[in-house]
Design a protein around this ligand. Structure first.
Ligand code: MG
Length: 170
């Protein structure tokens, strides 16, 4: 998915992203590029970094460039075990090539386990570095499922994100 349209200096776009992955034993728990000590990890074709995936989709959505599956199909062996932060950086390069810059990203991770509070600041710093923005331009919030649904039962983790892009300074 591509576009020839280029943003002007006053252009702003927002995008949303959502992702969820199943919790399984025998996998590392990677969130925002950070490995969190946990007896269970997220299952997926890549490293299953649910937060990086939601943010990547938010950025792609804002730029009108489709979704993460369009760019990195899970049927492609090249992306097996892929570092999702590297995929995020690949998408950033694509949107920056069109003239976009990241204004800010906000996100919420919904997980019953593991407890994410202690890692939030580390994840925020990791994402800010990956996105090439200051830490105050990245929101990382943690919520639980209050015992409800697949998250509340501890079967999986979900993440939501929004991203705002801005056009180049004139
Ligand atoms: Mg995913």
């Amino acid at each position: 998915m591509t576009t020839d349209w280029r943003p002007g200096p006053h252009d702003r776009r927002v995008g949303i992203g959502w992702d969820s992955h199943r919790l399984v034993e025998g996998r590392a728990f990677i969130l925002g590029g950070i490995e969190i000590p946990s007896p269970v990890g997220l299952h997926g074709h890549s490293d299953a970094d649910v937060l990086a995936h939601a943010i990547t989709d938010a950025i792609l959505g804002a730029a009108g460039l489709g979704d993460i599956g369009d760019h990195f199909p899970d049927t492609d062996a090249a992306f097996e075990g892929a570092d999702s932060i590297a995929l995020l950086k690949d998408v950033l390069a694509k949107v920056r090539a069109l003239g976009w810059e990241i204004d800010n990203v906000d996100s919420t991770v919904v997980a019953e386990r593991p407890k994410l509070g202690p890692a939030k600041a580390t994840i925020q710093a990791s994402l800010a570095e990956a996105l090439g923005v200051p830490v105050h331009a990245v929101g990382v919030k943690a919520s639980t499922g209050e015992g409800l649904g697949f998250v509340g039962r501890g079967e999986g983790v979900a993440a939501l994100a929004v991203a705002q892009l801005r056009g180049p300074v004139a």
